[in-house]
Design a protein around this ligand. Sequence first.
Ligand SMILES: Nc1ncnc2c1ncn2[C@@H]1O[C@H](COP(=O)(O)OP(=O)(O)OP(=O)(O)O)[C@@H](O)[C@H]1O
Ligand SMILES: [Mg+2]
Length: 402
Amino acid sequence: MLPPLYDQKSRIKLLVLLLALLIAGATVVYTNVLVQRLSEREQSQIDLYAKTLRYIINTEDTKNLPFLQEQIIEANTTIPVILTDGENINDAKNLGLGKGLSEADSVRRMNAVLLDMQKRHPPIVIELAGGVRNYVFYQDSRLLRQLRTYPLAALAVIASLSMMAYIAFSYSRRAEQNRVWVGLAKETAHQLGTPLSSLVGWQEYLRQSDRFREEPIVEELGKDIKRLEIITERFSNIGSVPVLKAENLYHTTRNAIAYLESRVSRKVKFSIETDLPLDTPACLNVPLFDWVVENICKNAVDAMDGRGSITLRLRRVKTRREWWRWRKPRPQVAIDITDTGKGISKNKLESVFLPGYTTKKRGWGLGLALARRIIENYHEGRLFVKWSEVGKGTTFRLILNQ
Ligand SMILES: Nc1ncnc2c1ncn2[C@@H]1O[C@H](COP(=O)(O)OP(=O)(O)OP(=O)(O)O)[C@@H](O)[C@H]1O
Ligand SMILES: [Mg+2]
């Protein structure tokens, strides 16, 4: 079952995403309404401008001219307009061409703007006496153009800021999780150390004593001490930077399953197959690698209810180059661990790696989370479910560098 925390987290994520989409949608719709209104206002302003121009050019009544000139023609300080007679530019306003341009540059730019205006709006025709025609070309004001692109720019900025915040947040969360894992592991190794050295002392004492030397109890005690030492070493390796060495993959894997094989029901058959030469090396830390194989195989045994087969197959895999890694990738090898257990349903293939996810009465849900950390963080490899079918079985793939 997925711990309630994860359920809640994914629901919150979905809610935040929906809210963000809603805000983005509302912004776009609202700005569009504003753009529409402003555009209508500019259209009527330009119509009035053209009418006034037509009136001024054609009228003989000079009384109202200064008023019209001032209140309508000169009052247009925002909408770019160009007045032409079809061949020459007679007047231009609000083009924002910049200051200090040479005559030639200014004409070139004006023509470019004119071309742009022709594409955007049909010109307003002003009929003059004698069949002569003037044309008023215009385009949207700078404000209107900015307003059109504003929501896109704002959304792009918000999206990239949110992305950056998300990355920073998950990075700091991962760093915090690392500190917890490492701290706990160090503490565990430390706590185990004291009784362990005392047990070693007791074992030595019994070995020396005439009474117990021959007793099987001493040998059994020795085995348990060995096991405890392995566990302590695992925790201490998790709690520090583990040393990776090129080890023989086949032999290390064999040894890793030997311990389990002797402890689980005889009805579980272990087998190991290899497509690789027997001396193929892989870069690993033995105590941690053993731990991973043990966790995966223990789960397999549980999934088969103590009866079935577990096959480990060593193979070469195509090296994948991660986009964030600068270094050239090293050749990689994989171990596919296949069981004939109850399988994992499609929608849980990733959840099984979450700490706390378990379907067992006495499970902690830590085995696979730990295994993935060991492989991905300490070995720069990968661990994932390669195949699974409910009722048929599962294959976990573990990829290591060479
Ligand atoms: N081979 C498998 N076949 C089917 N289900 C599996 C298999 N391996 C893991 N699972 C599922 O993934 C869950 C998580 O496994 P994980 O090893 O992380 O925790 P756990 O085994 O439940 O507890 P523990 O902390 O003791 O290992 C298991 O409870 C099980 O439901
Ligand atoms: Mg487990």
